[in-house]
Design a protein around this ligand. Sequence first.
Ligand code: SAM
Length: 278
Amino acid sequence: MTEEYAVLYVVPTPLGNLADLTHRAEEILRAVPWIAAEDTRHSGPLLKQLGVRARTIPAHRHNEHEAAARIVERLRAGEAVALLSDAGTPGISDPGARVVAAVRAAGCKIVPLPGPCAAITALSASGLVDEHFLFYGFLPSKGGQRRQALEALRDQACALVFYEAPHRVLETVADMASVFGERTLVVARELTKLFESIHALPLSSALAWLQEDANRQRGEFVLILSGAPAEAECGDGERVLKLLLGEGLPVKQAAKLASQITGMAKNALYERALALKS
Ligand code: SAM
């Protein structure tokens, strides 16, 4: 048995497929006397299926301070607590971070369990080869603020990972296309569920692709954008591109010629040429 006393366990739960609960998570949930859960109606079926009889402490977005105080009290009494969110890893675009901060500040032990997280699950199958990624989570829901947030990310030379709700996916993808020009977009939908789909396509055609079929707009989304081509990567290519575009060549032809001249990848040069043009 791996359970210790007076420990806060941070326990990721499945994104949709209950079989994704890890063996260790299952053991901890069965062993702890207390479970701090975002919504007991949501976690209830999972806990019931496991035969978990722990008492629960509500720990949602609007009571994290109070929840943390109750959790610290239990830990100081020598009892273990497992922290859960509705799905995936607590604290990742979910409540939990403030509870963990308070427990840490109180000097109590925290043990994180690895497990499901939509961002990492989507990235692992994205096919993007960016060396680095930036996890952004949810963009602002208001158009102006969203575009501003996207503008601030435009020059990041790493893959950008977003969470999005189905009722905002079209406007978000439209804003991405207007801010970033050409990139690769990976639309990862309903991960680990019956209608899971992971589709990579040029950002410029993504809105039309989503609109083609209403089903493509349903469910839960992770959107991943390939990063801006790095300056170093584009050094020579960028100089040649600027010359060719300056001579009035169309983007496609400029990218093709720049690729022949510098030996650099045509796709990367095409994306850079679009960015320079806009
Ligand atoms: N804590 C979670 C995690 O570790 O991924 C994220 C919780 S956040 C409140 C919910 C968002 O995560 C959804 O709106 C969606 O963007 C993403 N998400 C969660 N489950 C997903 C799934 N099965 N497929 C695709 N995206 C998912």
